[in-house]
Write a protein that binds this ligand. Sequence first.
Ligand code: ATP
Ligand code: MG
Length: 561
Amino acid sequence: MSNPKPSTVSNFIHDRIESDLNENKNDGQVVTRFPPEPNGYLHIGHAKSICLNFGTALKYDGKCHLRFDDTNPSKEETEYVESIMEDVRWLGFDWGDDLFYASNYFDKLYEYAEDLIKQGKAYVCDLSGDEIREYRGTLKEPGKESPYRARSIEENLDLFRRMKAGEFANGERVLRAKIDMKSGNIIMRDPVMYRIQKAEHHRTGSKWCIYPMYDFTHCLSDSIEGITHSLCTLEFENNRPLYDWFLDELQTECHPQQIEFARLNLNYTVMSKRKLLELVKNNHVNGWDDPRMPTISGLRRRGYTPESIRDFCERIGVAKADNTVDIALLEHCLREDLNKIAYRVMAVLKPVKVIIDNYPDGKTEDLTAENNPEDETAGTRTLKFSKEILIEQEDFTEDPPKKYFRLSPGNEVRLKHAYIIKCESVEKDDNDNIIQIHCSYDETSKSGGATADRKVKGTLHWVSAAHCAEAEVRLYSHLFTKENPESGDEDYKNFLNRESLEILTGCKVEQSLAGVKPGLNFQFLRQGYFCSDPDSTNENPVFNRAVSLRDTWAKIQKKGS
Ligand code: ATP
Ligand code: MG
């Protein structure tokens, strides 16, 4: 596995950083962070942010922190923290000693809040959640000031301390910043800073019953950590004035520069943790790491490599405008990587038996097969050949259409790494189903033989019936039937693809795949790239098809050029 390399393509964020470096801002330091909220598993959108943040640090010889923005005790769990760390590491990035939790700053944040109260810039408000929303106004109408806005500093301090001491019930009071109820930016209309939430936190336990809001926590956590450039997605553009307000009013030593970029959207999937959680909870998929999920763990199980995901993130680049990326590009990046590294093997997904009548009974031969024609160092392996072999049902037809180069009565094909065979007859049951196909073989057509380079139009993959292992193969298609399942008024779940998973049992794979370890990538000749699944046992290896061989992205590119 290769390590991430500094990006060679530039973008507006790097331009900005370079101009800061030229002015020797932040003493020439670059410190970024990836700040997930541990309320779900990471998805491919997060991978974009991870590659950007860690990649930027790599490029400018800086540092990138991993920080858990864990301000919401009711939705966060240790399971998510662990999965996030695993996924970032798997992508190839290293935060070194710089692992942080916003919850580590709860004491400091509380002090900041009291500081704002003492400055007369924050107040305790008794309006209910609904009332606060009502008072907030709309884009067209200004908000109304809360009747509690004029409370004295002393009263605010007293009430806030009593909130902290647990004297009030959930939702009874909040702490709000005193900014401007008439601001054109609704976020600036006295946003809530603290709420009462009597809930155990995954790290601080029952120490707190008030928790800081994300907006208050996020910018101050960045500042406490000395982040120089806070890279975030576009929807936080409107929050920037609020972040600046907190940092300016508190006169923090460090004032990170926020820069927004467009989030990644992919077609035929959804990308919000809330929706992904819903798919998991309601059993629309088999867990967060279901190979159909756009989660990092799902992609990993499907057979994606860290290299292919990093390559994808590099190619999509970083822009200022939202757009949707074609999932075919992601698949293309995987094919490119696996083409270089995956061993070619033979697997017959829907087998039918072929008997080679003129091949000696009981004979077996060792044939040599190259592991990867793209990689000279990959070497060869031995394949067993015998009188009875299995081929793909769809590689035979009794009445071939024009240009059918597979097997049909009287027609010849080459068996990969082996001989040329010719179909002589077909054996059927009473219901006209094919039981087996009888062939003859050309003994001289074997590699190294007299007619080894005799050309026939078709080459088929196969396995020897007595020298293969049985396997389960899982084929996937898009999780949603609609390109953008989130557009329109209908519930995105109505567009779930009921045929996104097809399970094939009784597949036959070459012997070398018996007892395979999970997480290995192969190319099944003519069938695509497959990855051994953790469900595999010695008796029943299981393979996920990561992608087929048909590169729709390359096709689109060709058409376009
Ligand atoms: P979601 O909307 O999926 O729930 P989120 O933004 O709430 O995601 P966080 O845990 O807050 O999830 O995200 C951590 C970081 O990843 C943030 O800096 C966020 O901007 C970034 N991020 C999240 N989704 C995407 C995406 N689709 N494309 C790029 N970056 C993303
Ligand atoms: Mg978020």
